[in-house]
Design a protein around this ligand. Structure first.
Ligand code: RRO
Length: 310
């Protein structure tokens, strides 16, 4: 179990250590939440939930690039809908972990509705997924406009009492710094940076794009340095509370995110590719703790954003 040195906090939510799962494929059923409970994470993040249930995109919808530690997906935001929030949150709470509900939407009203339902279900925080690159009409496609980001965050923050975290990503249409600024102005207590990066895989044998949809997200080790740059720039500009996400596959990656400004870390692809998620999380925490000690940081707080002061 982690020592006090790894304790951290985001949006007022105290965490025993900084590692949680990123909202990825898992976290949309009671069984999956229960499985994730045994991984040693500090908090659980659900799959992004929309008002109504959504099915998974027609296959092929995912490519595992194991040798790269990467995944390309076009899952299309499959989830059981807000009606299931009670079940998901209850399961996470049963194992004694804070539960963060990832909230999706195709309109301001949908974000507000799902976030309210999450709060009513007992969620400890909501993370607004404003950056899903795989689903036309949702996430990046719907809200990569700074004014809309502001409106969604402001309306949700004005409605729920739990901390609101805004998950942003890279957009071809808007600058991340501006999106981040507007999310913070709208009342986001923290920012999760970044989502999978919009990408396209092509199958030259079949003369087609490789998945059933051209809206794909690229995640895992290849986006590590892109995520680090995003966190570095946003922290430098705003000094915001940041949840670092994107390509974390080792304690070195995790420590790098902390040094550029992240106080909490999310891991998604590496957990999906790992044969033993529990051992993987354990190794991350041991590595981080050992690193903090070797570098003379008494707490993770002392290391957050250190490169900006060095
Ligand atoms: O479910 C997905 O297709 C998905 C989502 Br909601 C997201 O935010 N990021 C991603 O890569 N895939």
């Amino acid at each position: 179990m982690p020592s006090g040195r790894l304790g951290t906090e985001v949006g007022g939510l105290a965490l025993a250590h900084p590692v949680m799962n990123g909202s990825g494929v898992l976290g949309s059923t009671r069984q999956q939440i229960s499985t994730m409970c045994s991984w040693g994470l500090a908090a659980l993040v659900t799959k992004t939930i929309t008002q109504h249930p959504r099915g998974v995109s027609r296959p092929p919808n995912i490519i595992y690039l194991k040798e790269l530690g990467a995944i390309i997906n076009s899952l299309g935001l499959p989830n059981p809908g807000a009606e299931y929030l009670g079940e998901l949150v209850e399961e996470g709470r049963r194992c004694g972990l804070p539960v963060i509900v990832s909230v999706g939407g195709s309109s301001v009203e949908e974000y507000v509705g799902v976030a309210s339902a999450a709060e009513e279900a007992g969620a400890d925080a909501v993370e607004l997924n404003l950056s899903c690159p795989t689903t036309p009409g949702y996430g990046l496609d719907a809200v990569s406009d700074p004014r809309l980001v502001y409106r969604v965050v402001r309306e949700v923050s004005g409605t729920v009492k739990v901390p609101v975290i805004a998950k942003l990503g890279l957009s071809l249409r808007a600058g991340l710094l501006e999106l981040a600024g507007r999310a913070l102005e709208g009342g986001a207590r923290a920012l999760t940076l970044i989502n999978s990066v919009g990408a396209l895989a092509v199958d030259p044998e079949n003369l087609r794009i490789a998945l059933s949809s051209s809206s794909m997200g690229y995640s895992g080790s290849p986006i590590l340095y892109i995520g680090l740059k995003a966190v570095y720039e946003v922290y430098r500009e705003y000094g915001a509370e940041i949840v670092g996400c994107g390509g974390i596959a080792s304690w070195r990656d995790a420590a790098s995110y902390v040094l550029v400004g992240a106080r909490v870390l999310q891991v998604a692809t590496a957990l999906m590719l790992s044969r033993s998620p529990r051992a993987f999380v354990d190794e991350l925490l041991r590595g981080l703790e050992d690193w903090l000690e070797r570098k003379g940081f008494r707490s993770i707080r002392e290391a957050v954003g250190y490169v900006h002061r060095a």
